[in-house]
Design a protein around this ligand. Structure first.
Ligand code: GDP
Ligand code: ZN
Length: 465
């Protein structure tokens, strides 16, 4: 990146756009105090003020006239957000005055900060590591208390220290393997394939644990996409309404990932459940229905979990066999609805519930009544545990999709390494798999210092962060 390492002073409005009590304009860089002092008339200039000491004064316009009463504070390096000299000017809220303040500072020679550039500088100066930088983003984006706590744990460095330990173990293992390659005849303590296999397994297990915790954190933040599927009239819409009615914590309706299906969001055990009612699946009778069905198919495919709603009061139908076939290899939960009515039976006297459990013996199945509102908590529990695998929600760590992918990649490489050892391919092949795993961990931790990666991460931030 053209700006890393240079000492230009950046400026941005750090608070949200719009009217508010106050707005904060932030500066970072070697010239921060000097620029601020030229634009402000303070009782004592910041250059004569101790770090972290709030001064009262005025913001001056081009002609030197006061246009707002402000507070200003500076933070001495390296103990500031960015690790550089930082100034914050608190103007009155209102976009105009904050914008004016920013423009005046830009005229004086500050440069408008890029999105996330303050946090990027914090990373580049070693104030925070990459997992913490991404946790800042996680905090900004959290929509539930639990997601916020997961992000805070990562920000405190839990993810980094866990990942760092694993990385160190990988380094140590590589070291031992290199020694045993160089001296194959020697009787070295950790040289055997078997020992290497054991170490590999242990490290992989740690990575799996880390992945579990990150996956939980990811769910806490992003939520679980749930498609409610089933034939017309089984009670899909009634179920959605019952769930929404019952939940006191409806977060917000996120515009649907599929264009025309509306996503309703409720929070259960801190996890946003993003519910889509698919209007109906099966064979269309006209073109309008065909469009609805293709949207439903899309939602079906893209969901993390599918709730298959079946009408327990109707006899088992051929459609149920098709649905069971489609669901078998996908994450799903079966909700046999209308439990308030007598069960429907086929010619042999078998109930719909029995018929389905023969088709899908492994599936979680719940008897519910959307009408009476019974069985809904068990249903939500089943949905959450079908994804979170019962992992402790309170140990979730904030991780971005990128980080989760790196952990998955590292696990994959270690699996390859174990396979290479088991099939007798030898330690050099295993060694190169291990070094791939190490690279994945380096990208996770930001040790690799890859500029494109950094630009990608920080471009997701807003300007001013
Ligand atoms: P959808 O087409 O799958 O969305 O089904 P709806 O939610 O529109 O429901 C179809 C019909 O079944 C409506 O008349 C509902 O009142 C009724 N219904 C839905 N759930 C229940 C239930 O749990 N018990 C009973 N008795 N009727 C239900
Ligand atoms: Zn419906």
């Amino acid at each position: 990146s053209p700006h890393s390492g240079t000492q230009d002073t950046i400026a941005a409005i750090a608070t949200a756009w719009g009217e508010a009590g106050i707005a904060i304009v932030r500066l970072s860089g070697a010239e921060a105090r000097r620029l601020a002092d030229r634009q402000l008339s303070l009782a004592v200039p910041l250059s004569g003020t101790p770090s972290r000491y709030l001064r009262n004064g005025y913001l001056l316009d081009e002609k030197g006239d006061a246009i707002d009463q402000v507070l200003a504070v500076w933070f001495a390096p390296p103990k500031s957000y960015t690790g550089e000299e930082v100034v914050e000017i608190h103007t009155h809220g209102g976009t105009l005055v904050a914008q004016k303040c920013l423009e005046l500072l830009l005229c004086r020679g500050a440069r408008l900060a890029e999105p996330g550039e303050f946090t990027k500088r914090a990373f580049l100066s070693g104030r925070i590591d990459l997992t913490q930088a991404e946790a800042v983003l996680g905090i900004i984006r959290s929509r539930s208390d639990e997601a916020l706590r997961a992000a805070a744990r990562t920000l405190k460095g839990e993810l980094a220290s866990f990942a760092r330990d694993i990385y160190d173990e990988l380094l140590a293992l590589s070291g031992k393997m290199e020694v045993s390659l160089d001296f194959p005849e020697e009787d070295l303590p950790y040289g055997s394939d078997e020992d290497t296999s054991h170490s590999l397994q242990a490290i992989r297990q740690s990575l799996e644990d880390l992945l579990d915790r990150c996956a939980t954190g990811f769910l806490l933040r992003e939520g679980i996409r749930v498609a409610i599927v089933g034939r017309p009239n089984v009670g899909k819409s009634s179920l959605l309404n019952a769930l929404l009615r019952e939940s006191r914590a409806i977060v917000t309706a996120i515009p649907g990932t599929t264009r025309d299906l509306i996503e309703e969001v409720l929070t259960y055990r801190g996890i946003p459940l993003r519910l889509v009612d698919t209007a109906g699946m099966g064979i269309p009778s006209d073109e309008v229905e065909a469009i609805g069905i293709s949207l439903a198919e899309e939602a079906f495919k893209n969901a993390d979990v599918r709730i298959w709603v079946a009408d327990g009061s109707a006899p088992p139908a051929p459609f149920d066999f098709d649905m069971a076939d489609r669901l078998r290899d996908l994450v799903h939960v079966v909700a046999v609805n209308k439990s308030d009515l007598p069960p429907g039976r086929d010619e042999t006297g078998r109930t719909t519930e029995e018929a389905i459990s023969e088709l899908l013996p492994e599936s979680p199945m719940l008897s519910i009544s959307a009408k009476k509102g019974t069985g809904l908590d068990s249903l939500k529990d089943a949905v959450v545990s079908s994804i979170a695998g019962g992992g402790a929600l309170d140990s979730g760590l904030n991780a971005s999709a990128r980080q989760v992918n790196e952990i998955r990649a590292a696990i994959g490489f270690l699996r390859d390494a174990s396979a290479a050892l088991e099939s007798g391919l030898g330690q050099d092949i295993a060694g190169s798999c291990i070094s791939e795993a190490r690279s994945a961990m380096e990208r996770l931790l930001g040790i690799s210092g890859d500029d494109t990666l950094l630009d990608y991460i920080f471009s997701q931030f807003c300007v001013g962060k």
